[in-house]
Design a protein around this ligand. Structure first.
Ligand SMILES: Cc1ncc(COP(=O)(O)O)c(C=O)c1O
Length: 433
């Protein structure tokens, strides 16, 4: 199903879907559920895009400003950098070593897929974060569904921020430990839960407690207070797991993330970063102590039972790491662009928040958010409407993500444009909390 000229056509098209007589009970049940989801404005679909110059994309022959991607440093779409990368591969005598630069690794890391570029990158990550060990997984999703099921066991407790990403939630669900989600950034509530657990835990059972958070939250763009979490984890003997998917490359003087900026890398037990966003590649890593590393290599199912990443991708990550470390100018620019846009939204009476280059504009209603995003697309701006289950029901929003290859002029008109569209569609923005 492709998006229609307007959301109305799109909803009507979906509602007209019928079940063929030959299809069984499952298909008819699914068709009914799809119809319901579509009426609620939460059905999803796959669209095709082509990158188009700096910070833009092309879809069905139209060009849009891309405010929905996570290529935060503009590396994935930087053509001259890509040319340099391939030129650099040729210098490495590509013709004699072609198999080292392949697109398929041929096996999982634990079998024969663990090519030499992995060791090189893991060693460099270890030095970058001053940690004992680094371990690369195929994606942020793989890593987050792998760590907790491997490390947490029955009788353990996982305390997670309510707005943690779906991959973290899936990891908690797959583990046998008990999970409690505390209100977003409410560390008083977290401390109460830690106190309560400590007063009832049986020391002989070696029960572990995990505190799980993102550093920059993916849908709100706000930041965890990692120093407070470190204090709590030390006071209550917990293990701290921080997902820096949206902060690596973007925050910290050397670009290693928010933990670097808040000077707490040493005290984080499991620090996760992803390569698919600011690094412009694919994969994810955790930096941790040696015992945790060895345990993960032996037991993390999403590491063990999947084919290793393509060698050429890890070559790219090795090529890009030193460049990321020096991109302070781009990081500063991202921060400034974010601040300017947030101020613009506030000045136009829109409900926004956060302190990063991810900027939400909260609309509330799922369908209204879809219609608004579609109207903006018709004006050449590609913004994602984010709905349940990605965000809690009733907090549907436009999620704008800025990249360092954008400029002030491209963004200047946006606040007024969105406010005007809202007024035109007679949509009242949700009241500020
Ligand atoms: C906080 C967080 N962790 C993990 C992931 C998954 O990362 P990947 O896209 O590499 O699977 C995402 C994806 O958006 C995310 O926002």
């Amino acid at each position: 199903m492709i998006i229609g000229k307007s959301n109305k056509i799109y909803v009507q098209t979906i509602c007209r879907m019928t079940v063929k007589p030959t299809e069984g009970p499952l298909t008819s049940r699914l068709a009914e559920q799809l119809q319901e989801l579509s009426q609620q404005g939460v059905q999803r679909q796959l669209l095709t895009f082509f990158p188009q110059g700096s910070a833009c994309l092309q879809h069905q022959n139209s060009t849009y400003l891309n405010l929905a991607g996570n290529d935060y440093l503009g590396l994935a779409s930087n053509l001259s950098l890509l040319q340099r990368f391939y030129a650099h591969l040729e210098q490495e005598d590509l013709s004699n070593n072609l198999s080292l630069y392949g697109l398929g690794s041929g096996a999982s890391r634990l079998m024969t897929g663990n090519h030499d570029q992995y060791a090189r990158l893991e060693e460099r990550l270890t030095r970058y974060y001053h940690k004992d060990k680094a371990l690369i997984f195929n994606s942020g999703y793989h890593i987050n569904i792998g760590l907790l099921p491997a490390l947490a066991r029955k009788g353990d407790l996982i305390l997670a921020d309510k707005l943690c990403h779906a991959s973290l939630i899936d990891g908690m669900r797959l583990s046998e430990a008990r999970m409690i989600r505390f209100p977003h950034l409410d560390y008083d509530r977290l401390e109460q839960l830690l106190k309560k657990h400590n007063s009832t835990a049986k020391p002989c059972k070696q029960q572990a407690v995990f505190i799980v958070t993102e550093s920059i939250f993916s849908m709100d763009g706000d930041c965890a207070d990692l120093s407070t979490l470190v204090r709590l984890k030390e006071q209550y003997g917990a293990t701290l797991y921080v997902d820096e998917a949206h902060a690596v490359g973007v925050r910290g003087r050397c670009g290693s993330g928010l933990a670097e900026e808040q000077q707490v890398i040493d005290q984080i037990d499991l620090l996760v970063g992803t390569f698919g966003k600011a690094w412009g590649g694919q994969g994810a890593f955790v930096v941790c102590g040696e015992t945790i590393y060895k345990y993960l290599v032996t037991t993390a199912r999403s590491l063990i039972f999947t084919t290793a990443l393509p060698p050429v991708n890890i070559h790219w990550l090795n090529f890009i790491l030193p460049q990321i470390q020096t991109m302070s100018k781009e990081r500063k620019k991202l921060g400034q662009l974010g601040q300017q846009l947030r101020h613009g939204f506030q000045a136009n009476g829109l409900q926004t928040g956060g302190e990063s280059n991810i900027i939400p504009v909260i609309i509330g209603d799922e369908k209204q958010t879809l219609v608004l995003a579609e109207q903006l697309r018709q004006q050449g701006v590609w913004i994602q409407a984010v709905r349940t289950p990605t965000v809690p029901r009733g907090t549907a929003r436009l999620r704008l993500s800025l990249t360092a290859n954008m400029n002030t002029d491209q963004l200047a008109a946006l606040p007024q444009q969105i406010a005007k569209e809202l007024a035109r569609l007679k949509l009242a923005p949700s009241p500020a909390p």
